[in-house]
Design a protein around this ligand. Sequence first.
Ligand SMILES: *Cc1c(COP(=O)(O)O)cnc(C)c1O
Length: 371
Amino acid sequence: MVEGNHRNTEAVINLRMIENNVKAERKRMDKQQKLFAVVKANAYGHGIIPVAHAAKKAGANGFCVAIVDEALVLRQAGITDTILILGVTPADQAGVLAEKKISVAVGEVQYLHDALDYLKTTKGKLRVHLALDTGMGRIGFRSKEELKKAVTFIISQKECFIFEGIFTHFATADSADDSYYKKQLTNFKELMSIVKNKPPFVHVANSAAALWHRECGGNAVRFGIAMYGLNPSGSELKLPKEFTAALSLKSEIVAIKEISAGDSVGYGKTYTATKPEWIATVPIGYADGWPRRMQGFKVLIDGYYCEIVGRVCMDQIMVKVPEAFKLGTTVTLIGEDHGKSITAQDVADYAQTIHYEVLCGISQRVQRKYI
Ligand SMILES: *Cc1c(COP(=O)(O)O)cnc(C)c1O
């Protein structure tokens, strides 16, 4: 792991924007609804602990993560609120999770039986959120029979389990076509009909459903990408204007030279100058999560869009610039500069992926700076 901060390439995270985005969503939600801030994958690359504290300060009532380690990191950081692990947790972790009051998603009856062995010998009960697969095809109960067995088992083992929640996840809540979303909601209601005593948390909405399908209901919202200020739908649906992106990716020019017509740049000499031009080197590469396929895309320097020429290297890129910029001039890869901007969505479009992946891909060795 990288020690300290001796690097001029950094992801700058504006925690005020995280707070504003949480507050904006709180305003849109029903008063009695809870907001769970989704901080899995190191808070979508933004840094799990600073983001969790900012979200909490702005009114988040709990947190969602994907794996046990992320939940433990939050507990270690002094977060005492509900933490739900959205992914499948190994049953042999049940004891630790019960002790630490970390909640788990459960989509199989067998899991409860397996976990029971580890719970009989520990203090504390395991907090269970039953996952319902209403059309995502990922984790969760699909039949009323299995769901009934799970509910019955939890209730019969009151010494070991707390029935804390029940939830589902939409596959297409970010789409303009809402037919499949509606089908999932119907399936959810149908499965819920056998749950006589509702647990404290019933939650169905991710960011997309919270923004565009408020009628989906539930008393908690799992708020992820929109907390970071990005549009869950990419460009398909409109993100309300109160949400603002929190992350910028910045570096600086560390070398600059004038090359002549006929000179090439980078591995495989995929770029050859046809006239004299200035080439700047910027210390970011695919090992930082700047994908190799970004060759030909642009960065912002002093208000100019400058093309990435030659192949993206592991640690560096070369950029064609209009003039002999000074060493140390700021390079914006994501964010704003002199009134112009490059968004994570722009990067994703060029890389033929989604901005979620761009953000999560920013690697550990890129320092996070908080403002
Ligand atoms: C990741 C995840 C979320 C958050 O999704 P966003 O689109 O980022 O809001 C919510 N629920 C589940 C089950 C998830 O896996």
